[in-house]
Design a protein around this ligand. Structure first.
Ligand code: ZN
Length: 290
């Protein structure tokens, strides 16, 4: 599943290619049309296919930015601002191409679902193999309250204070630390991969109660999360399964992971263990992490 560094990679690829361009018209796959008309919310959320296609026409793409694990397309039409919020789900990917044949991997070509034809020629295509991705066309963030509840960006100056305040609050202090750092209201964009890595580097057991970690160690853990996220951004993200950047490239962070997906501890050589925390499998080393 794409996490913050992978989404950052997509945005850095997309922005220089797409900013300033205007959408002429759109189309969607038969799969989306069929499942939307059966009443499902496949990819396009909160709008019918007809309304989505109509409303997106003639939008100019002003800016493309990342917010947590979302891609924000800041759009404008008739001098009115709009916001297209894209979440890649498990297997979503954006491709900038002249024709769909240019998507080299068959699985992404076969599962191309949304086609944005640009006024100056060329296509912006959204593919999604498992179709867990989401796209929402809003006036602004205020139209979709969960976006307003997200923690500040982890690289912002206020993120640490926000994390400490919540981690020490009655709601969170009794919970396992891994559950707390993976909660998007506490820290933005720290998913299973980077939570697993940061806890391993800090020798903290993922199930340890948050209140049993000193403030000093909490600060170090937060700094470690930020460091791991930055390392992954620099490495182009990790390609665990079906993440692809806009030009179809894979990242290399998976070669730098020390605990996520490991059967044997990379520090001490003992077998790792896996437990369920908040519904997610959590790999750790029982010898190194207490
Ligand atoms: Zn170990």
């Amino acid at each position: 599943m794409p996490e913050l560094p992978e989404v950052e990679g997509v945005v850095r690829d997309l922005a220089p290619l797409m900013e300033g361009r205007t959408i002429k018209q759109l189309s969607v796959s038969d799969t989306v049309v069929t499942s939307k008309s059966a009443g499902k919310e496949t990819i396009i959320k909160g709008k019918t296919v007809e309304d989505f296609l109509h409303d997106m026409e003639q939008m100019q793409i002003q800016r493309i930015v990342r917010r947590s694990k979302y891609i924000y397309f800041h759009l404008q039409k008739h001098n009115q601002p709009h916001l297209l919020v894209s979440h890649l789900g498990m297997t979503g990917a954006w491709f900038v191409v002249e024709s769909p044949d240019e998507i080299t991997e068959e699985k992404f070509r076969k599962h191309a679902h949304i086609f944005l034809e640009m006024e100056d020629g060329g296509l912006l295509i959204y593919s999604d193999i498992r179709r867990f991705g989401e796209m929402r066309l809003l006036q602004s963030e205020e139209d979709f309250p969960p976006l307003l509840e997200m923690a500040p960006e982890p690289f912002s100056e206020v993120a640490l204070e926000h994390f400490l305040t919540l981690a020490e609050s009655a709601k969170y202090k009794g919970k396992p630390i891994k559950e707390v750092i993976m909660d998007g209201k506490v820290i933005s964009g720290c998913g299973n991969i980077y939570a697993t890595e940061a806890l391993f580097h800090m020798s903290i057991h993922p199930g340890r109660k948050t209140e049993r970690i000193s403030r000093k160690r909490k600060i170090q853990l937060f700094e470690e999360i930020v460091r791991v996220l930055q390392e992954s951004i620099d490495a182009g993200g990790s390609t665990i399964s079906d993440y692809r950047s806009v030009n179809g490239n894979a990242g290399t962070m998976q070669n730098r992971l020390h605990m996520y997906g490991k059967k044997v501890c990379t520090a001490c050589g003992k077998p790792t263990r896996s437990i369920q925390i908040a519904g997610r499998s959590s790999v750790y080393c029982p010898a190194c992490q207490k």
